[in-house]
Design a protein around this ligand. Sequence first.
Ligand SMILES: Nc1ncnc2c1ncn2[C@@H]1O[C@H](COP(=O)(O)OP(=O)(O)OP(=O)(O)O)[C@@H](O)[C@H]1O
Length: 382
Amino acid sequence: MIRFDSVTKGYPDGTLAVDNLSLDAPSGQISVLVGPSGCGKTTSLRMVNRMIEPTSGRVLLDGRDTASIEPAELRRGIGYVIQQAGLFPHKTVLDNIATVPLLLGRSKREARNRAAELLELVGLPQTLAGRYPVQLSGGQQQRVGVARALAADPPVMLMDEPFSAVDPVVREQLQNEFLRIQAELSKTIIFVTHDIDEAIKLGDKIAVMRVGGTLAQFSPPAELLSRPRDEFVAGFVGRDRGYRALSFASTGPLPLAEEPTVRLGDPLSAAREREKDGWILVVGQDDAPLGWLAAGGLTDEQAKGSAGTDLLNLGGTLATKAGTLREALDAALSSPSGRGVIVHEDGRFAGTVTASQVLARIETRATRLREGAIRSATGVCS
Ligand SMILES: Nc1ncnc2c1ncn2[C@@H]1O[C@H](COP(=O)(O)OP(=O)(O)OP(=O)(O)O)[C@@H](O)[C@H]1O
C-alpha cells in the first residue's frame, strides 16, 4: 500500500501544489488521481518516488517511510511511465526495454529475453524489436514505455498521463491492454489523468483533487458517480453521471426472448419465412451473432440467393449475459431491429432484449437505491 500521510508541497514563491493530502492507495489496485490542470496530480505522483520531496508529511510504502530509503533503491521497485513514453531515441525498442534489467545486473542475454517477453505482453510484434522510437507510431511508443517500466517487475507503477498523447481510438486500445495486463500482474498503481472518463474506466479507486492541491473525494468509481461529495465533484464527474453509473450495475437475469436465426450461407428464402417483423439475426457456424438482415426488404431475386455478409446491418452492439445495464441498453438502442442482442460469455447468441425491458430493470434498481438512501438518511434498518 502507498500511504500519503498529511503530505504538503509548497514552493518558495508561495504556491501550494499539494495541501495536506492523506490517502491510502491499496496494494494490487489502480488508484487514479484526477482533477483540473494545476491541482497537484503530478506533484503528488512524483513525491512517491522522491523526484519531489514533500515540504511536510510522509509518503509510506508498505509501512516504510520513503524518506528513509535511498532514492535509487526506492526507484528500483517503482516503474515510471510518462506521456509520450520518454524513450531513449538512440536505442532500439529491445534495448530501451532491456535498460533496467541490465542496470540491475542481468546478463545481456537475460535482459534481451525479458525484453522480448514484455514486447509480447504489451501486444507488440517482435518485428518491431530492432526499430528506433522515431520509427514507431505514438501508440506503439506508449506500449514500449509501459514494457520498459515493467521490465524490472516492480511491485509499484507510477503512470503520469501515459495515454493522453494518442488519438481516441488508440487510447482506448491502450487502456484495454493496460487493464488486461493489470488483471494478470496486479501491480500497485497510481495513475494520473485529467480525463474523468479514463479515471472511471481504469480506477479501482479515484481521488478527485481541486486546484490548491486538496483532496475533494477518494472513492470507488461507482460511488463517485452515485454519491459525489460536493458541488465541485458533481460538476467534475459530469452531467451524464447517472447514465455512466450504469456501467457498474450488472444486468441481473434479463427476460431474454428467443429469436429465429439463419446461419451465414443459409438460403435467404428461409430467412423470409422465419422473420418476425422484417428483421432476422444472422449467426456464424459457432452461433456467434454476425448482424441483422432486413429480410422483409429482400427482392425476390435476392431471396433466391444465400445469406451473405454483404447484406448484413452491422450497426448493433452486443452485450454479454453477465454484462452491465449500460451494455444491455446500448445493445437495444443501437440494434436496427430494436431488439438488443445478448450473448453468452463464449460469444454464442443467448437471446434478445428490448430497451423498455432494460429500462424497467434500471427503474427497479433506481427505486432500490432511493429506498436505501432514505433508509440510511433516516437511520431505519431494513
Ligand atoms: N517548481 C515550481 N515552482 C512553483 N510552482 C510550481 C512548481 N512546480 C509546479 N508548480 C505548481 O504547482 C501546482 C501543481 O502542479 P502539478 O504539475 O502537480 O499539477 P497537475 O495537476 O499535474 O497539472 P497538469 O494536469 O496541468 O499537468 C501548479 O500550480 C504548478 O504551477
